[in-house]
Design a binder for this molecule. Structure first.
Ligand code: HEC
Ligand code: HEC
Ligand code: HEC
Ligand code: HEC
Ligand code: HEC
Ligand code: HEC
Ligand code: HEC
Ligand code: HEC
Length: 388
């Protein structure tokens, strides 16, 4: 009766090969009898047992994921850390066994060393393109035709573009040039300079990076250079399409608007963004007081907080509607029109979100757009609730 956990662990360490083989056999057995175990050991909560820290960086991979746009959209660990298809899934599960083996055999310092130096191979660009482009998705599916049909274990296995992308309101990054609020040609930059996704998206998911870092990365090439035809720092709107659209009161589908009061009075990007030349790209509420009196700081705060709470509310409704629409699809109801309306609403919602100022650039227009999104959502819900 006197067996304790320490002894067992010590025994495991001494017979590590045997233990690993037994575990392998056990897992192989489980594959047949209990898929539930596979699901359970793919959950972020399981990963968190050994990746438990808060914040960003090594050991905090679960927490950083939890606060990402990907998590919000339901993209989980093995959707990125496991290639598409049945072979990719099996390899990811074997990788999990390797993690377990390593957890028992290496020191915490060695573990940290590995986590702080992730290799480029972890999530190759080809994998990101499976979800974010139509061609990348089609090519991968063609290459792995049979193995793709066998599994439905993760979101990844059901990703078929353009449908997946469009329903999430995402562009095809290799053909669209209006992405995430920025006017930017992925295809041109990736092909011309042989860049990988993480050359620019270096903060994706697990690292903390600021938008200023991102802009400075562009300015490495796009800084004052009279010989270049590339946009220069002062040409704010050649990159910042969403912010330009908001200032001008255009860009949303089916919602006409007016220029912001200040844009109409010839207040330009650099009238407010006075620090841009010194690398201080973002102005604060205080900047309002450089032209108006101090009270206008309060107006800024009102604008931002009203719009922010409306967006949070809409985002909750959005996930609920997406779930209901998928449910309706499963029950073979006609949802084509509802999805089209949903995509339009998401497009408009994302325009305001991508502007990034919660309506400070043009409060009236931002409000009109969000009201139209709310209306579209109500329309979709009404349709869904009607008996068919
Ligand atoms: C039993 C503890 C444990 C669990 C549970 C665990 N990991 Fe790990 N993980 C480790 C250790 C230890 C390492 C470092 C050594 C290594 O590379 O295996 C690691 C490394 C990694 C790496 C980096 C591999 C590399 O080559 O740099 C990834 C990615 C990863 N884990 C993802 C996951 C995911 C996803 C889950 C949940 C499905 C998970 N881990 C669950 C212990 C664990
Ligand atoms: C959208 C894709 C994506 C998702 C989802 C994702 N990761 Fe990662 N992960 C990456 C990329 C890319 C890297 C490569 C290194 C980097 O850029 O930080 C990485 C690196 C890692 C590493 C190596 C160590 C490190 O800190 O870089 C671990 C461990 C890891 N991820 C665990 C997880 C776990 C656990 C989850 C789920 C809770 C998860 N990842 C979800 C893309 C993703
Ligand atoms: C399983 C499919 C899937 C994979 C794999 C995937 N993504 Fe995404 N990605 C999404 C979805 C869905 C969203 C939408 C999130 C939202 O609605 O804000 C998204 C959003 C994004 C965004 C914009 C929002 C943000 O968080 O910054 C970027 C950039 C991005 N992905 C890059 C990548 C990169 C780089 C990789 C590879 C390391 C990758 N994605 C892998 C599905 C995926
Ligand atoms: C030269 C820099 C650069 C490279 C390389 C790059 N991107 Fe981007 N990407 C951007 C910029 C800039 C944006 C717009 C701002 C933002 O969303 O952060 C963007 C936006 C995105 C978005 C968000 C689209 C939206 O409308 O929300 C996705 C998804 C994305 N990129 C995926 C990828 C993938 C996948 C790769 C690799 C195949 C990649 N990117 C390579 C610079 C780059
Ligand atoms: C390695 C250098 C390099 C980097 C890094 C780079 N660019 Fe470029 N970019 C160029 C060059 C060169 C051109 C000029 C193309 C031409 O001659 O028309 C260009 C053209 C452009 C254009 C105008 C072309 C068009 O589509 O209308 C935009 C907008 C742009 N880049 C945005 C960005 C953004 C945003 C980033 C950062 C995420 C970035 N670039 C990073 C080199 C770079
Ligand atoms: C070559 C393209 C390009 C030009 C030109 C450009 N930007 Fe940016 N800027 C970017 C990108 C890319 C980002 C990162 C956006 C993201 O990640 O969503 C950014 C980020 C920003 C941010 C957010 C900074 C932060 O720390 O949060 C501000 C503010 C900004 N830009 C203002 C300006 C202003 C003002 C101008 C004109 C003086 C300008 N930008 C010119 C590409 C550009
Ligand atoms: C009336 C003053 C004003 C004008 C005009 C203005 N901005 Fe801004 N902008 C701001 C303020 C204030 C913020 C910071 C908002 C915040 O932090 O919530 C901001 C934030 C931004 C950001 C950061 C958004 C993010 O994603 O975090 C970008 C980019 C930007 N502005 C670009 C532009 C461009 C491009 C123009 C011209 C087309 C412009 N702005 C015109 C006041 C202005
Ligand atoms: C470069 C100077 C400048 C800056 C900085 C500036 N404004 Fe203005 N603002 C103006 C001008 C010029 C008008 C038009 C005056 C008119 O039509 O009466 C205006 C008009 C307005 C109006 C409508 C008319 C009124 O006086 O009530 C509001 C509200 C306003 N601004 C708020 C703000 C806020 C909030 C900020 C900070 C984000 C800000 N402004 C930053 C110059 C500026």
């Amino acid at each position: 009766m006197g067996v304790n956990v320490k002894d067992i662990l010590a025994w495991c360490r001494r017979h590590i090969i045997l233990v690993t083989v037994l575990t392998l056999v056990a897992v192989a057995g489980f594959t047949y009898v209990n898929l539930q175990v596979l699901h359970m050991t793919s959950e972020p909560a399981f990963c968190q047992l050994c990746h438990p820290a808060k914040g960003f960086g090594a050991l905090a991979e679960v927490d950083s994921w939890e606060h990402s746009g990907h998590a919000e959209a339901g993209v989980s660990c093995l959707d990125c850390h496991g290639r598409p298809g049945v072979v990719g899934y099996a390899k990811a599960k074997l990788g999990g066994l390797r993690d377990l083996y390593m957890q028992l055999t290496i020191t915490p310092e060695e573990k940290l060393q590995i986590l702080e130096n992730p290799g480029d191979y972890l999530v190759p660009s080809e994998h990101c393109m499976f979800c974010h482009t139509d061609e990348g998705n089609a090519e991968y599916r063609k290459k792995h035709k049979y193995s793709m049909q066998l599994v439905e274990m993760r979101m990844l296995d059901s990703v078929k573009n353009p449908e997946f992308r469009e329903r999430k309101g995402l562009p095809d990054i290799m053909t669209d040039t209006f992405v995430g609020g920025i006017h930017f040609d992925h295809n041109f930059h990736i092909e011309s300079f042989e860049m990988e996704c993480n050359s620019c998206h270096f903060g994706i998911i697990h690292r903390d990076t600021s938008k200023s870092d991102r802009m400075n990365m562009c300015l490495d090439c796009h800084s004052e250079n009279v010989d270049s035809s590339a946009p220069q720092l002062a040409d704010c709107q050649s990159c910042h399409q969403a912010q330009y659209d908001l200032n001008l009161g255009k860009g949303a589908k089916g919602v006409a608007g007016d220029e912001s009061l200040m844009w109409a009075a010839d207040v330009q990007c650099d009238s407010c963004h006075v620090g841009a030349d010194d690398g201080q790209y973002r102005p604060s509420a205080e900047s309002c007081a450089s032209c108006h009196d101090e009270d206008y700081v309060g107006i800024f705060n009102d604008w931002a907080s009203d719009t922010k709470s409306q967006m949070e509310e809409l985002n909750l409704i959005r996930s609920e509607i997406e779930r209901q629409l998928k449910e309706a699809d499963k029950r073979k109801r006609t949802t084509t029109e509802a999805w089209t309306l949903y995509e339009k609403a998401i497009y408009n919602y994302r325009l305001v979100r991508n502007d990034g100022t919660f309506g400070v650039h043009n409060n009236e227009y931002a409000k009109e757009i969000l009201d139209s999104v709310a209306l579209d959502f109500r329309e979709i819900r009404k349709g869904l609730n009607e008996a068919w």
